[in-house]
Design a protein around this ligand. Structure first.
Ligand code: ADP
Ligand code: C5P
Length: 244
């Protein structure tokens, strides 16, 4: 079909670049708020699209042997615990439609695997999930949609105790100590203040089916408009109205 508006080299993004870019969703919230659960529900509903989940956890810095000796004094909830430069590079590449190698992190040994990684391929939707994914402005700016999962602290602590003792090799005392010393203060200092960047706040996490349905509907609409950009690559009127 003929273009509705002639193309111009002065326009910032070429239409083909825009058409290639995946829709990037950031999902943040406190520990055990249900971030992963919400992401899984979104992915399930978008089964007819290519959707990948990238966890900020994969970008934890591995502990040095010295740090490993005093692991109970290590603050895993501080922004410095993550290799944000590596995370940023990874999301930038995904945004450009390139595949990436994501590290594999072990919560029991607090280390990254040295001989394996997860390959993440080009997708329609990239979901970036983690307690501090809204902390760095550069990472935030790559997101097309930001979701904050808001679950009461007592519910989160109860879930965290169960999860960390069953899945992450911890005992209950160490979970409670870590929560009081690092997890709760970091939530107050870094995670809660980043809630203001969210486009959507989901109370009660995965129990909130209405919120998840609405989010999925919005993503579907955006992906549909994306298809339009691909069909009419020179139609800047359409592209600038609908660009995601
Ligand atoms: P996050 O990714 O925010 O840490 P998860 O989605 O992994 O949270 O949930 C943390 C724990 O709580 C998991 O063991 C999960 O099975 C459980 N959980 C999550 N959402 C619910 C829910 N709505 N009801 C009951 N348990 C839940
Ligand atoms: O899955 P969730 O969002 O709860 O993961 C983040 C939490 O994992 C942080 O609150 C941090 O305290 C915890 N963590 C840990 N041990 C590690 C790395 C992270 O307890 N080695």
């Amino acid at each position: 079909p003929p273009p509705l508006h002639s193309s111009s080299s002065s326009l910032p993004n070429s239409s083909s670049d825009a058409a290639k870019q995946p829709f990037i969703i950031g999902v943040s919230g406190g520990t055990a708020s249900g971030k992963t659960t919400v992401c899984d529900m979104i992915i399930q509903q978008l089964h007819d699209h290519r959707v990948v989940l990238v966890n900020q956890d994969s970008f934890y810095r591995g502990l040095t042997p010295e740090e490993s000796k005093i692991v109970h004094e290590y603050n895993f909830d501080h922004p410095d615990a993550f290799d944000t430069e590596e995370l940023l590079e990874c999301v930038e590449k995904l945004k450009l439609g390139q595949s990436v190698h994501v590290p594999i992190y072990d919560f029991v040994t607090h280390r990254k695997s040295t001989d394996s990684f997860r390959q993440v391929n080009v997708s329609d939707v990239i979901i970036l999930e983690g307690i501090l994914v809204f902390h760095d402005q550069r990472v935030r700016n790559l997101m097309n949609m930001k979701i904050f999962v808001d679950t009461d602290a007592d519910v989160r602590l109860a879930r965290r105790i169960r999860r960390d003792t069953v899945e992450r090799g911890r005992d209950i005392n160490s979970v409670l100590e870590q929560y009081a010393k690092f997890v709760k203060p970091a939530f107050d200092d870094f995670i809660l203040p980043s809630k203001k960047f969210a486009d959507v706040i989901i109370p009660r996490g995965g129990d909130n089916h209405v919120a998840i349905d609405l989010i999925v509907q919005h993503i579907r609409t955006k992906l549909g408009q994306h298809e339009l950009c691909k069909i009419y690559p020179n139609v800047y009127v359409i592209q600038s109205t609908f660009q995601i």
